[in-house]
Ligand binder design. Sequence first.
Ligand SMILES: Nc1ncnc2c1ncn2[C@@H]1O[C@H](COP(=O)(O)OP(=O)(O)OP(=O)(O)O)[C@@H](O)[C@H]1O
Length: 271
Amino acid sequence: MQTSTIQIENVHRRFPDGTVALEGVNLSVQPGEFVSLVGPSGCGKSTLLRILAGLDTATSGVARLNGRSPSDPQARQEMAFVFQEPTLMPWKSVLNNVALPLELRGVGVRERQDRARQSLELVGLSGREGAYPRELSGGMKMRVSIARALVTKPQVMLMDEPFGALDEMTRQRLNDELLGIQQQTGATVVFVTHNMFEAVYLSRRIVVMTPHPGRVAAVLEVPEAYPRDGSFRASELYGRLVYQVLQILEGRPALPAERLPAYSPVASVPA
Ligand SMILES: Nc1ncnc2c1ncn2[C@@H]1O[C@H](COP(=O)(O)OP(=O)(O)OP(=O)(O)O)[C@@H](O)[C@H]1O
C-alpha cells in the first residue's frame, strides 16, 4: 500500500496569547501531489506549513513527513522550504547561493557547484551563475531561490507565497516553470497562496481554509490532467473552480448542482 508523504491528523495550534491559529486540521498528501493551501490572511496557512517544516510544533495532533516527525533530521533532509522573500546572500554569486545548502551539509566544492549548475538549468538560469543578487530582477531572484531549494533533491517542497511579490505576467510564467519542474522531479509540493487563480492552475487539490479559528473549510479536486498550459486558464472548468473557491471563502453555499460541470468538485467538506 502506498503511504502518504504528508499526514496531518487533528492538528491544533494555540499561541500563548490565546490565538487559535489551527483547529482540528486533517490532511494527507500523496507522493508527487501538488496541493495548495488557500485562504485569507490569518487562516493559519503559514502556521500549518511551518509545522510541516518542523519550524513550529502543534499544540496537539500529529504531523508526519514520510512517517517521521518534521523535526526529525531525516525528515529535514527530505524537504526544502521556499519563502516569499528569496533571502539570497548578497555577497555570494548565484552559483554559490544555490550551492549553499550543500555547503552546509559538507558536500565538496566540485560536487556542490556541479549540482548547483544542474539546479540553475532546471529554473532556466544557465549562464547567470556568476551574477550577484543585486543584478537580478524579482522573478530571477525567486528562480534562484527555487534552484537553491531543488539542489538537495527534496522529496517535498514547502512553498509559502513564493510568487506573491511578483507581477502577474511573471507569476504566470513561474507557475508554468514550477509545474514543469514538479513534473520532472516528481516532488510533492505544498503551496501556500492567497491567489485562487494560481491555486486552481497549479494544484491537483486545493485546501480552502477559513480564519478565527483556522480551519479547513473544504478540499476541492482539480480534475484537469498535467501537463497544463495557458489554455486551461480559458476553460469553463477553471472559471467555475475559481468561483467555487470564492464561494467557500465568502461562506456562501457551494454552487447548485445544475450550475456545476458533470464532475463534483467538492471532494470533501470536513464536519
Ligand atoms: N507567534 C505567534 N503568536 C501569536 N499569534 C500568532 C503567531 N503566529 C501567527 N499568529 C496568529 O495566528 C493566526 C494564523 O497566522 P498565519 O500566519 O498562520 O496565517 P496565514 O493564513 O499564513 O496569514 P497570511 O496569509 O497573512 O500570511 C493569525 O491570527 C496570526 O496573527
